[in-house]
Design a protein around this ligand. Structure first.
Ligand code: KG4
Ligand code: ZN
Length: 337
């Protein structure tokens, strides 16, 4: 089954074609970073309007890249939530309209399920059950995954998500949006040990996270030590180490609690080189396995939506022919495959 995937939940227009037999046939991405840079963050209305401009041309390009035409497509998958309502509505409306015109089934995909399944686009796929650490701009969650749609939430952030904390701390350091990857780059120049930030909520039992205090720790360090380049790099490193360490402590705890030996990491922050290396080291030490997507499929993309949608469409699931999106949508409400 050949599925067209459409991702428009935030500030990237991602389109891909996934074939359940042949794998990923094409994928294209347009990032709106330049559009929002002057504002220091995503402006929802500008995001929606840009998705309107980009989605159809990118669908045409994805078809061309795969040497296919519309008649070769068997189903359509669009991100239906969570995300920005206007941005979601653009992808959902286009996806639904094409499905109506082409007379093909369509399904609204949960954005975080897309992230969660993205490691399955790679050659070595994790077997169920496994633990998933989802670290994006809007979510930080530890999930026990027993199968597609069989998700048990073990813990989540009670305030800022990991990516959000990266972005806010980057802003304090004077870095441009999107701050996460820039902060990670700056941390490469940092000297370890000059600043040590707390590992929030690790002294209490449980698997929830709280990252908002770390940006306060960074703000205090800036206020007390000035804002020269070396200080900025040292703070960036201390912040990144604190986030990485905290995530690892909770991952170990989740593995211990469930007795599982496999972990999947996905979402924008899983592109972080230090976090990838640290999780790999931990899993090697524990004799377990770790899976993550290639860096370009960690952040938002159409491939993960085409993949997740293809699994559900191939199993006979599809949505009613109405444009319905859910800006807030708990992952645990998804039906099993
Ligand atoms: O998954 P994603 O692309 O969008 C959401 O679903 O939110 O995640 C974006 C988040 C942003 O907060 C961004 O700063 C962060 O992922 N991010 C990173 C890195 N690359 C992206 N954070 C730390 N290090 C990175 N290399
Ligand atoms: Zn995302």
């Amino acid at each position: 089954m050949r599925v067209l995937g459409i991702e428009t939940s935030c500030d990237e227009t991602g389109i891909a074609i996934y074939d359940t037999e042949q794998g990923l046939l094409s994928h294209v991405l347009y990032s709106q970073v330049k559009l929002h840079a002057d504002y220091g963050g995503v402006v929802p209305e500008l995001a929606s309007r840009d998705h309107v401009r980009k989605t159809l041309p990118l669908i045409e390009q994805a078809l061309r890249d795969a040497n296919l035409t519309a008649t070769d497509i068997d189903g359509i998958a669009y991100t239906a939530g969570p995300g920005l309502i206007g941005a979601l509505l653009v992808g959902a409306t286009i996806g639904r309209s094409l499905a109506f015109g082409w007379q093909k089934p369509a399904i609204g995909v949960h954005h975080m399920e897309g992230h969660l399944l993205a490691p399955m686009l790679e050659a070595t796929r994790p077997e169920f059950p496994f633990i998933a650490l989802l670290v994006s701009g809007g979510h930080t969650q530890l999930v026990q995954v027993n199968g597609i749609g069989e998700y048990e939430l073990l813990g989540e952030s009670v305030d800022d998500a990991a990516g959000e904390a990266f972005d806010k701390t980057a802003k304090l350091l004077g870095l441009d949006y999107p701050g996460g990857p820039r902060l990670a780059k700056l941390a490469e120049q940092g000297v370890a040990g000059r600043f040590i930030f707390p590992r929030p909520m690790t002294d209490k039992p449980g698997l929830n996270f709280s990252f908002s205090g770390l940006k306060t720790a960074a703000a205090i360090a800036i206020a007390e030590n000035g804002n020269d380049l070396q200080t900025q790099a040292d703070i960036a490193l201390a912040f990144q180490d604190a986030v990485v360490d905290t995530l690892l402590i909770k991952c170990r705890r989740a593995l211990e609690q469930t007795g599982l030996k496999r972990i999947v990491m996905a979402g924008g922050v899983s592109a972080n080189v230090r976090l990838r290396a640290a999780l790999a080291e931990t899993m090697a030490e524990l004799g377990g396995q770790v899976f993550y997507p290639r860096p370009e499929f960690c952040t938002d993309n159409g491939a993960m939506i085409a993949f997740a949608g293809a699994q559900r469409l191939a199993a006979g699931q599809h949505a009613d022919p109405e444009v319905k999106v859910r800006p807030r949508w708990p992952l645990t409400e998804l039906p099993p495959l």
